[in-house]
Design a protein around this ligand. Sequence first.
Ligand code: ADP
Ligand code: MN
Ligand code: MN
Ligand code: MN
Length: 336
Amino acid sequence: MAVKLEYVWLDGYKPTQSLRSKTKIEKDFNGTLSDLPTWSFDGSSTEQAPGGSSDCLLKPVFVVPDPQRKNAWLVMCEVMNVDGTPHVSNGRATIEDDDNDFWFGFEQEYFLWDNNINRPLGFPAGGFPGPQGPYYCSVGAANAYGREIIEEHLDACLEAGLNVEGINAEVATGQWEFQIFSKGAKQAGDQIWIARYLLERIGEKHGVSINWHCKPLGALDWNGSGMHANFSNSTLRNGGSKAIFDKVCEAFRPVVKEHIEVYGADNHLRLTGKHETASILDFSYGVSDRGASIRIPAMVPQKGWKGYLEDRRPNSAADPYKVAARIIKTVKSVKV
Ligand code: ADP
Ligand code: MN
Ligand code: MN
Ligand code: MN
């Protein structure tokens, strides 16, 4: 039986890489990753190669059933050079330490975007809707826009076997969030990228695009989009004392620059100290504090200092491979 394999990869655009994909038809495929062949594409059309030597390779690294097509699979790929070494745009291959003791829950925020008016879904042409307040977790046509899209996305993610843990309407008009939980930096990245891919494709059907920019409405009084990174390892999960949490949080202080570097483009526009963010220049942490760089969830002290941390700084356009890898590096530098 002919099967459709959608090979998905990240292009070489800077500062934000975008999803690309193309379809390969194969005779049979039963879902075994190692059965998938390496493929190639024209890197000169994706800022990944010069025209005179344009071939790049696609190496399958993660595969799920494609819920939207008959007899089909979605294949996340790493981009390789023809000599088999990782391409410079391949963030996944730079993950040095993919430790499955690290668990990640990413909260991916984004805007559904009305291309006709170049504004979020729900914005009137040429003006503004009422101010923020009623939109977060709202119900009803006056405040919630695009629910048919996000419901379709949720079903698609679940059918593909992604570990979605929840969805909600966000603070700005037309802004939504999904949360995905997974273990290890590579798996966390694979799941988020495939979920983003499904959302983009569902948006096409509805004539709505997905705006991943962290501050698409600029300096106006509208929230930006984050991708909060909730993380834990055995040290944090078993915890037992405030001192352990303080020590892990303090390890982030001297490496603010290194973290911000991989926390997404234009983050200075979002991390202003307003709209539930901390200033990009500061580092802070605190229990239940949504104005801090890192929030210690309220249940952590309640449960005897056991649980996880939330780094609130990564933005909606960040590459989850790089975010997770950097967090693992910093937390592993702590000796407890
Ligand atoms: P909020 O909006 O209040 O910041 P959410 O409920 O949207 O929180 O997201 C919380 C995230 O924390 C979820 O994605 C969940 O998977 C994640 N999470 C919960 N426990 C852990 C843990 N022990 N390690 C890592 N992530 C966790
Ligand atoms: Mn959330
Ligand atoms: Mn949120
Ligand atoms: Mn959060």
